[in-house]
Design a protein around this ligand. Structure first.
Ligand SMILES: [Zn+2]
Ligand SMILES: [Zn+2]
Length: 197
C-alpha cells in the first residue's frame, strides 16, 4: 500500500469530497465509510456497467496531528483482467471481434490507471488548500528529551535546560511527507533516501 502525508490546515472531508466529485461518473461510482477523522472512499465500477470488467479500489483518508494521511489500498483487478482476457481471446479467433470489444478495452485500460488518477485528484486538493509535504509552521514544536519542555522547531538548544536539540528536529520525507527524525537516512514509509545538504 502506498501512503502519503499532507501537512497543513486540511481535513479528510475535503479530500473525500473531491474524490466523490471526480469519480462518480461513467462506469464508476464512489461510496464512503467511516467517521470524519478516518474515512474510506471506495471507488468501484458501477453494477451493470456497460463495458469493461469489475474493479474496486479503497482510499483511506485519516486525520493526523499535522494534517492528513492518505493511503491507496490494493485495487482488485480480477474483473478487469478477466475482461481483457476475453477481449484478447475474442480477437485471436476473429480480428474483427476487436471492433465489438473496443468499449470494453478502453474502459479496462482506464480502470487500470485509476491509481494515478486518484493521486492526481489528491494532489489538486492539497495544492488548493496549500497543504504540503513539509511540516506546517503552526505545529513546529518539539519536546526536549531531558526536561520535556516544548521548544520551537529550529531552536538549536532547549530554551529551558539548554540541552542540544539537533538530533530531535523533525523533518519530513519530501517524496511522501512522512515525519522523520533528523538522523533518519531512509524514509520508513516510502523507502526513499533522505537527501540532506
Ligand atoms: Zn530541556
Ligand atoms: Zn517517504
Amino acid at each position: 500500500m502506498e501512503s502519503k502525508f499532507y501537512h497543513g490546515n486540511i481535513n479528510p472531508k475535503q479530500f473525500a469530497k473531491a474524490l466523490h466529485g471526480y469519480f462518480n461518473r461513467n462506469n464508476l461510482n464512489t461510496k464512503e465509510f467511516g467517521s470524519k477523522d478516518k474515512l474510506i472512499v471506495q471507488i468501484a465500477t458501477r453494477q451493470n456497467a456497460e463495458s469493461g470488467g469489475d474493479t474496486a479500489i479503497p482510499v483511506i483518508i485519516e486525520k493526523v496531528p499535522d494534517g492528513v494521511s492518505i493511503q491507496i489500498g490494493k485495487q482488485s483487478v480480477l474483473g478487469v483482467a478477466a475482461s481483457l482476457g476475453i477481449s484478447a481471446l475474442a480477437t485471436i479467433h476473429n480480428p474483427l471481434n476487436l471492433l465489438n470489444r473496443i468499449d470494453d478495452i478502453a474502459q479496462d485500460i482506464e480502470n487500470l490507471q485509476l491509481k494515478d488518477d486518484i493521486w492526481d485528484v489528491i494532489q489538486q486538493v492539497a495544492s488548493k488548500h496549500a497543504a504540503t509535504m513539509t511540516l506546517s509552521e503552526n505545529l513546529r514544536t518539539l519536546t526536549c528529551e531531558y526536561c520535556l519542555v516544548a521548544n520551537p522547531v529550529s531552536e538549536p538548544n532547549c530554551i529551558a535546560c539548554g540541552a542540544p536539540l539537533g538530533n530531535l528536529q523533525p523533518e519530513t520525507c519530501l517524496k511522501c511527507g512522512y515525519t522523520i527524525k533528523h538522523s533518519t537516512q531512509t524514509c520508513p514509509n516510502c523507502k526513499a533516501k533522505i537527501a540532506r545538504d
